[in-house]
Structures are given as structure tokens and as C-alpha cells.
Design a protein around this ligand. Structure first.
Ligand SMILES: NC(=O)C1=CN([C@@H]2O[C@H](COP(=O)(O)OP(=O)(O)OC[C@H]3O[C@@H](n4cnc5c(N)ncnc54)[C@H](OP(=O)(O)O)[C@@H]3O)[C@@H](O)[C@H]2O)C=CC1
Ligand SMILES: O=C(O)[C@@H]1CCC=N1
Length: 275
């Protein structure tokens, strides 16, 4: 890991999150390159860590061993087709983080025979609390598999999935997942303020409660349902609140929301493959 040179094509939100986490884990910033036509994105990236930046994707490929494709799914075909000749020449390991771009489509756009690890990380990678699902195509060797795992483990949890289709479920669960928790935080904080708490107090209590619940669930030997029962005193306040949430259909809504996200990932793959 310490000698790897890693290049990010696309220097936006996710590249910043992964780079921030990698550098915080001790990975040297001078072994990281980022390429992006958007100079504002590159300026922001250099505030995260003093990485090499530029706008030439071909020069980046020549400088690194591992290329992380972190552009939007909709422009992946253009970007991949453009770099195909450099990838063929340099043979870097390609890691893609784009939602809905299959390793098969990407391999085709890159000219075939490319070692590709497709993964789905999430933004908490920035604070080394990310959660990533990974899948390797048949061209990826054991060393490359270990390298991809090391990079994503440096920024949080990294788990291999059994087949590529499962990455759509990972996208729905943990890729988009931080947004679901942020929405719950927004709602709790707003109601805390509506009940008379100052914005600062409502915010701090909300965030600490989210952190405490997650840490407890991670470190406990009982499941979330049991932890919830332990908060819920008979005829108490939690019982009333949970009943209102359940009567309002919270579990069903989450089921629909995750299914919607998974289906959108599938749709994206079909849209992008057909382009
Ligand atoms: N955000 C998230 O929570 C997650 C995102 N992902 C995936 O990560 C990928 C990136 O998402 P995100 O970081 O949010 O997106 P951003 O839009 O923040 O970043 C993408 C960057 O790529 C740049 N770019 C455009 N064209 C090129 C090019 N030809 N060469 C190099 N860079 C280029 C964009 O510039 P410009 O702004 O000028 O277009 C932009 O700065 C997506 O595929 C997404 O599906 C995966 C997991 C979680
Ligand atoms: O919303 C999206 O499409 C991307 C993928 C997972 C999180 N953000």
C-alpha cells in the first residue's frame, strides 16, 4: 500500500471524501494524483490534501498504478472511451465508484481485457467511517484485489459481494444511506427547535444521539431491535413515539425507498449500457 500511486479521474465530492480518508489514515498525499477539468473542484481538493492535480487524464494514467474513476455515471462512457488507449498501454488497475455502471460496459468502453474492481463507497469515507461493497471482474489478480481492498479499508469498512448485481442493493443501502440518516437528523433537529430548544442545543443533541446509537449498535452483542426495546419503557414516551412512526408506515416507507434506489441503479445500468 505504501508504494502504490493512486490517481483519481474526477475530483469532486467522492474523490475528496476518499482522498481525505486515505491521507488521514497515513497514506502519503504525494502518491495521489487527481485529474479534473473543473479548477474549482481541484482547488477544493488541494484544501483537503496537497495532492498532485491537473486536467490531463492521460498524463495521470502514465503517473499512477491504480486509477479510480470518480466521474458521474452519465459521462463515464465518454471518459472511458477517451482514456482507452492509455489504459491499454499502461495496464493500471481500474477501480470504478460510479453508480449503475457495470464492469462489462466499462470493460467494453476501455477496449476489453481490463482489470476492473467495481465498488460502491459512501461519503463518510471522508471521516474514515465509510462503508463500501466491492466486486472484481475475472481479470483482477489477487494482488490487485488486495490493493483495492486496502484502499477502501483505509477509509472504513470494505466488504466483497458475491455477484455484481448485489452492488445495486449496496448502492440503495449504504451508498445512498447517509442521506437517509441526514434526513432523519434534519427532521429531529427541526422539531427540537419547534419544541423550544435553541438551534445549537437541538443540533448537538441530535448529532450526539445519532453517534451514540450507531456506536452502541456497533459495539453491542444484541441486535438493533433489542437495543430499541431497552429504550422503550412500558407506557413511556418512546413507546408513544415508536407507535406513531410505525402507524405512519416508517418500515414500509424505508422498504419502498431502498427498492426505489435499487431499481434506479438497475435503470441507470440499462440507460448507460444502451448509450
Ligand atoms: N456522492 C455520493 O455520495 C456517492 C457517489 N458515488 C459515485 O461517485 C461518482 C462521483 O460522484 P460525485 O463525486 O458526487 O460527483 P461530482 O460531480 O462531485 O464529481 C465528479 C467530478 O468529475 C469531473 N469531471 C467531469 N468531466 C470529467 C473528465 N472528462 N475528466 C475528469 N473529471 C471530469 C466533474 O467536473 P464538473 O463539475 O465540471 O462536471 C466533477 O468535478 C458518481 O459516479 C457517483 O455515482 C458513489 C458513491 C457515493
Ligand atoms: O445518488 C447517487 O446516485 C449516488 C450513488 C450513491 C450515492 N450517491
Amino acid at each position: 500500500m505504501s508504494t502504490m500511486r493512486i490517481g483519481f479521474i474526477g475530483g469532486g465530492n467522492m474523490a475528496a471524501s476518499i482522498i481525505g480518508g486515505l491521507v488521514a489514515s497515513g497514506f502519503p498525499a504525494e502518491q495521489i494524483w487527481a485529474s479534473d477539468p473543473n479548477t474549482e473542484s481541484l482547488d477544493k481538493l488541494r484544501e483537503v490534501a496537497p495532492v498532485h492535480t491537473g486536467s490531463d487524464n492521460h498524463a495521470l494514467i502514465a503517473a499512477v498504478d491504480i486509477v479510480i474513476l470518480a466521474v458521474k455515471p452519465q459521462i463515464m462512457k465518454i471518459v472511458a472511451s477517451d482514456i482507452a488507449a492509455s489504459v491499454k498501454e499502461q495496464q493500471p488497475l481500474i477501480i470504478t465508484i460510479a453508480a449503475g455502471v457495470t464492469s462489462g460496459s466499462l470493460n467494453g468502453w476501455l477496449g476489453g481485457n481490463t482489470a476492473i474492481v467495481r465498488c460502491m463507497p459512501n461519503t463518510p469515507a471522508l471521516v474514515r467511517s465509510g462503508a463500501t461493497g466491492l466486486f472484481a471482474n475475472a481479470k483482477v489478480n489477487a494482488t490487485q484485489r488486495a490493493q483495492a481492498e486496502q484502499i477502501l479499508q483505509a477509509v472504513g469498512l470494505a466488504l466483497w459481494v458475491d455477484n455484481e448485481a448485489q452492488l445495486d442493493a449496496v448502492t440503495a443501502l449504504s451508498g445512498s444511506g447517509p442521506a437517509y440518516f441526514f434526513l432523519v437528523m434534519e427532521a429531529m433537529q427541526a422539531k427540537g427547535m419547534a419544541m423550544g430548544l435553541s438551534p445549537e442545543v437541538a443540533k448537538q443533541l441530535t448529532l450526539q444521539t445519532a453517534l451514540g446509537a450507531a456506536q452502541m449498535a456497533i459495539s453491542s452483542d444484541v441486535d438493533a431491535a433489542e437495543l430499541r426495546r431497552r429504550v422503550t419503557s412500558p407506557k413511556g414516551t418512546t413507546e408513544r413515539a415508536i407507535k406513531l412512526l410505525q402507524d405512519g408506515g416508517l418500515e414500509g416507507l424505508f422498504s419502498q425507498a431502498l427498492e426505489g434506489a435499487r431499481l434506479r441503479a438497475e435503470e441507470l445500468a440499462l440507460e448507460l449500457d444502451g448509450e
